[in-house]
Design a protein around this ligand. Structure first.
Ligand code: ATP
Length: 355
């Protein structure tokens, strides 16, 4: 991807007339709502046809829809979007369905650093980044014969935890694994899950001070995953597994949560370390990101994944969270993104937060 293209595109934009755009899915209602609150025009990229439910949410509905037949058509229609002074806000579904290559080549100014994708989508590189930052991760088991504790088996690229399974012994692993698909085996960390939503600004000093810019904690959630989170209504997992009923990890929603205040110093230490390492490795992780963690009974965090953009776990907090309320009332992550763009326009720093 050539940064120069983005600089050129931006040069053709009217900074007073920016449109904030994203694909109509995932966290789009929040992104549009936040952009509107900050006075931006909004555009929703609808794949297939415009979904009728947006009419039911006038404050989350974009000012304009832009319809494409398929995600893959978005790059070809970039010129039309450039004419509308569009800045794209990527979210999980946007990147996943567009595909990493198309996303990296998209000729549209995009919020955040697209290079992060290389480090986030490759589990080896992700581990190098996070462990390099001093983050504790679940142990990786390279040889299945060495399984001596509950493990979770993850297929590479299987989004939304599809096909993941838990095994407690080598025999159980052997019975269930699909060897034709690349996988990794990770210690199943016992504890409680917290998905931490941060916002890093390289251009504003209005939060937890970093070498450059500042870090905010916007909110946190717990994912509601089917069937693992409710399967015990039917019987114990062991009982069900004997009947061939295995729990799955498909995300269906998000539950708001707060944590013991005494854990917050560690939350900020981890966020800071991950950002500082990203600046060293690939020019930085900008804007919203999420550390997916398990807190163990001795109150230690294990981070099993990072998401380097807005996560759907921020959706319960359209009117602020128990953390963002201490930053500013009524502040969602979608609105915080719009504020960052507004600040960058005002101080002519768009190049520093877009790629
Ligand atoms: P996404 O990209 O949507 O975050 P994914 O497909 O990469 O998801 P993970 O987030 O790695 O999958 O894992 C899916 C779920 O499995 C987690 O939300 C969590 O409930 C559980 N999980 C993952 N790793 C571990 C672990 N090491 N210990 C305990 N539970 C885990």
């Amino acid at each position: 991807m050539k940064k120069i293209d983005i600089t050129k595109i931006l040069a053709s934009y009217d900074p007073k007339n920016i449109t904030i755009a994203t694909v109509c899915s995932h966290s789009s209602l929040q992104i549009f709502n936040g952009a509107k609150k900050e006075g931006f025009k909004t555009l929703g990229i609808a794949v297939g046809k415009v979904k009728k439910f947006y009419d039911a949410f006038p404050l989350g509905k974009p000012d304009e829809f832009f319809t494409v037949d398929d995600y893959k058509d978005i790059p070809d229609r970039s010129a039309e979007l450039q004419e509308k002074n569009v800045i794209v806000i990527p979210h999980g579904s946007f990147v996943e369905y567009l595909g990493p290559d198309n996303f990296l080549q998209l000729q549209l100014p995009t919020f955040g650093n697209r290079h992060v994708l290389m480090w986030e989508s490759d589990r080896e590189k992700e581990r190098m980044w996070l462990e390099g930052a001093g983050i504790d991760m679940p142990q990786e088991i390279r040889n299945p014969h060495e399984i001596d504790c509950p493990v979770i088996v993850k297929y590479h690229g299987a989004k939304g935890g599809k096909g993941f399974f838990i095994a407690k012994t080598y025999e159980e692993f052997e019975r269930r694994v699909e060897k034709d698909k690349p996988y990794s085996i990770q210690e199943f960390v016992m504890g409680t899950r917290y998905y931490l939503h941060y916002f890093y600004s390289p251009i504003q000093n209005n939060g937890y001070a970093m070498k450059k810019g500042s870090l905010q904690l916007m909110s946190m959630d717990r994912r509601d995953e089917t069937t693992i989170d409710e399967v015990q209504r039917l019987g114990s997992i062991a009982e069900l597994e004997e009947l061939g009923i295995h729990p799955t990890f498909v995300v269906t929603g998000n539950i708001p949560i707060v944590m013991r205040e005494s854990l917050l110093p560690e939350v900020f230490r981890m966020g800071e370390a991950v950002v500082e390492k990203s600046l060293e490795l690939f020019g930085g992780l900008l804007g919203p990101f999420c550390l997916e963690t398990v807190v163990t009974e001795d109150l230690k965090f294990k981070v099993f994944e990072i998401s380097a953009r807005i996560v759907a776990g921020t959706n319960p907090y359209i009117s602020g969270s128990p953390y963002s309320e201490f930053i500013q009332p009524d502040l969602s992550t979608g609105r915080r993104i719009a504020q960052e763009i507004k600040f960058a326009v005002k101080h002519k720093q768009l190049n520093e937060i877009l790629s």
